[in-house]
Design a protein around this ligand. Structure first.
Ligand SMILES: Cc1cc2nc3c(=O)[nH]c(=O)nc-3n(C[C@H](O)[C@H](O)[C@H](O)COP(=O)(O)OP(=O)(O)OC[C@H]3O[C@@H](n4cnc5c(N)ncnc54)[C@H](O)[C@@H]3O)c2cc1C
Length: 389
């Protein structure tokens, strides 16, 4: 049994055997642990990083929640009003620290769970340092954005400039005066392109494979997240028929600037894992031609990048905002609890067939906001785990 550390570094916490183990001390894991505690269980949270909230500590400097403060609160503690409507990265981290303290959570940091094994009485978790932990209930909360992914472009290793994943980007400082190609126009790629322009990059191109749906973060005070919550139970076809009208009214046509309106339905794309891009400066930057949309990357060759439309560009830096993998296979792949795309078969209160006591949270990408959905899942998991006990 490891010696647990609490959310307040160094403070002693209970070493009694836990009723549940939560893997990952991000918002999803902390929410699940708090909800379990509120149901009278004693969960232990295991975190591979040195401190809780590792993912949020490592996000880029200008990041704010694009979901509202009120609709991002985790169970049992509001996000302070003083953090504003769109909460800054550092305040998200502060909130998570405060959250663990408020709920008196046992968080053991610097421990990576390497595998989840079935036993007669529950689950066995081998972890780094030769530790093995046991528990009847396990909540996997290791994050949707677990492993940075860069496509295996032909010639990738020949690229003579700098190539990094967006997860390694902090601010525009190192790129001032340089020619940068951002690849991928999800929320991260769109925001990094704007950050680079504002931070003095000499030239910023944005490689687009599939034109995104772009939405205003808020229109006349009404947040896009609230629309997401309202529409998420409607049939896909209905949302996809109505959405283009709203997009036409609220977002200008950027076709002339190289960013045409998408042909695929907004909600169909969400269900396929691509949530709309919330505008935090992209529209203005594209219209002023400070961010130049270009075609998708096909291959790299020395200092040249070949694009899908046959053109060639020569950036000094490529930033791949090309997403993440969930990385669940080494942990639970052998249990038959993942689908063909590596996603858990179930989430929230449900456990996979033949895996009682094994829960997942945080592996969907809903239009209504992940913090909100993880808060809902946390309560459901706690209720189900409490009943099991
Ligand atoms: C740039 C960005 C902006 C986002 N903005 C929003 C937003 O505005 N609103 C919103 O609702 N959602 C947002 N999300 C989505 C989502 O809410 C966040 O990714 C959130 O951090 C997910 O929480 P999580 O706990 O599931 O995962 P994480 O926060 O990634 O936490 C997982 C934790 O598990 C740990 N871990 C992983 N593997 C192991 C292991 N084997 N053993 C032990 N520990 C392990 C990690 O170190 C990490 O601390 C954003 C995501 C990104 C990438």
């Amino acid at each position: 049994m490891p010696e647990p550390t609490s959310a307040a570094p160094g403070a002693p916490v209970s070493t009694a055997a836990p009723d549940a183990i939560v893997i990952g001390a991000g918002p999803g894991g902390l929410a699940a642990a708090a909800a379990l505690r509120q149901r009278g269980l004693r969960p232990l949270v295991l975190e591979r990083g040195e401190r809780l909230g590792t993912s949020w500590r490592n996000h880029y400097d200008r990041l704010r929640l694009h979901t509202t403060r009120r609709m991002s609160a985790l169970p049992g503690l509001s996000i302070p009003r003083s953090y504003g409507r769109w909460v800054r990265r550092d305040d998200v981290v502060r909130y998570l620290e405060r959250y663990a303290e408020h709920h008196d959570l046992d968080v053991a940091t610097g421990i990576e769970v390497t595998r989840v094994e079935r036993t007669d009485s529950g689950w066995e978790l081998p972890a780094t340092g030769g530790r093995v932990l046991n528990s009847p209930v396990v909540v996997v909360a290791t994050g949707h954005n677990h492993t940075p992914y860069i496509p295996d472009w032909p010639g990738r290793n020949t690229f003579s400039g700098d190539l990094l994943h967006a997860s390694a980007y902090r601010n525009a400082g190192p790129y001032a005066g340089r020619d940068v190609l951002v690849v991928g126009v999800g929320n991260t790629g769109a925001e990094l392109a704007v950050d680079l322009v504002e931070g003095g990059a000499a030239r910023v191109r944005l490689a687009v494979r599939t034109p995104p749906h772009v939405m205003r973060r808020s229109t006349a005070g009404w947040p896009a997240q609230a629309s997401g919550i309202l529409v998420r139970r409607l049939p896909t076809a209905v949302v996809d028929r109505v959405a283009p009208y709203i997009e036409k009214v609220s977002v200008p046509d950027l076709s002339a600037y190289g960013l045409p309106r998408p042909r695929t339905g907004l909600y169909a794309r969400v269900l396929d894992g691509a949530i709309p891009v919330q505008d935090v400066g992209l529209i203005a930057a594209v219209r002023s031609r400070r961010v130049e949309p270009v075609a998708a990357v096909e291959r790299l060759d020395g200092d040249r990048v070949h694009l899908a439309d046959g053109s060639v560009v020569e950036p000094e830096v490529i930033i791949a905002a090309t997403g993440y993998r969930r990385g669940l296979e080494p942990l639970v792949g052998h249990l038959g609890v993942l689908d063909g795309r590596g996603r858990p078969l179930v989430h929230g209160a449900r456990t996979p067939p033949g895996a009682p006591g094994l829960y997942f949270t945080g592996f969907t990408n809903p239009i209504s906001g992940m913090f909100r959905e993880m808060a809902i899942d946390a309560r459901k998991i706690a209720r189900a785990a409490g009943r099991r006990r």
